[in-house]
Design a protein around this ligand. Structure first.
Ligand SMILES: CC(C)(COP(=O)(O)OP(=O)(O)OC[C@H]1O[C@@H](n2cnc3c(N)ncnc32)[C@H](O)[C@@H]1OP(=O)(O)O)[C@@H](O)C(=O)NCCC(=O)NCCS
Length: 148
């Protein structure tokens, strides 16, 4: 099954098919976040500090992740966010291929490491990240809510 032909690309434009793909994918990632609009997606695609990777099988988008960069005094930070693969395409290496593409891009841009977070209840995701070589990084993650 892992031989299924998956192609990974960085989205460079936003069309109706991409918006429809995110309308399918985002509810499988978050029950509280609405799917992005075309202009939300365009803001990511047009931002030089972020890369919207999509995975395609037979020309259809079946998964995505966003790689975000920012510069701070200690270096270039790279974060993988919003990793999701369509339920029907899981368990075939699509998530792995997306993450490998993001890691390669982060290396190319000179980041020293790539970070991500994943709740421990996300068992498939945690297994995948550890299999790829991500290791737990002990820190307290704080969040200050600004309401909605
Ligand atoms: C996490 C996720 C992106 C993985 O995508 P994927 O394409 O299935 O990833 P892979 O096939 O490369 O590997 C996933 C692992 O889960 C297993 N798996 C996931 N779904 C499976 C399914 N439906 N059937 C069988 N195995 C499955 C895979 O066999 C693999 O296990 P392994 O690492 O022990 O080999 C996907 O499960 C998903 O979108 N989950 C919901 C959203 C989510 O949790 N996102 C991560 C946020 S941090």
């Amino acid at each position: 099954m892992r031989s299924m032909s998956v192609s990974i690309r960085a989205a460079s434009e936003v069309d109706d098919a991409l918006v429809a793909a995110f309308a399918r994918l985002i509810p499988q990632l978050s029950s509280s976040s609405p799917p992005p609009s075309a202009s939300d997606l365009l803001a990511i695609v047009d931002n030089p500090n972020s890369v919207l990777f999509v995975a395609e099988v037979d020309g259809e988008v079946v998964g995505s992740l966003t790689l975000a960069f920012y510069r701070i005094p200690t270096g270039l930070k790279a974060w993988i966010e919003d990793v999701v693969v369509d339920d029907a395409a899981r368990g075939k290496g699509v998530g792995e291929a997306l993450n490998q593409a993001a890691i390669a891009e982060a290396r190319k841009r000179g980041a020293k490491n790539v970070s991500l977070t994943s709740r421990s209840s996300r068992e498939a995701a945690n297994r995948l990240y550890q299999r790829l070589g991500f290791t737990p990084y002990e820190t307290n993650l704080y969040r200050y809510s600004l309401g909605d």
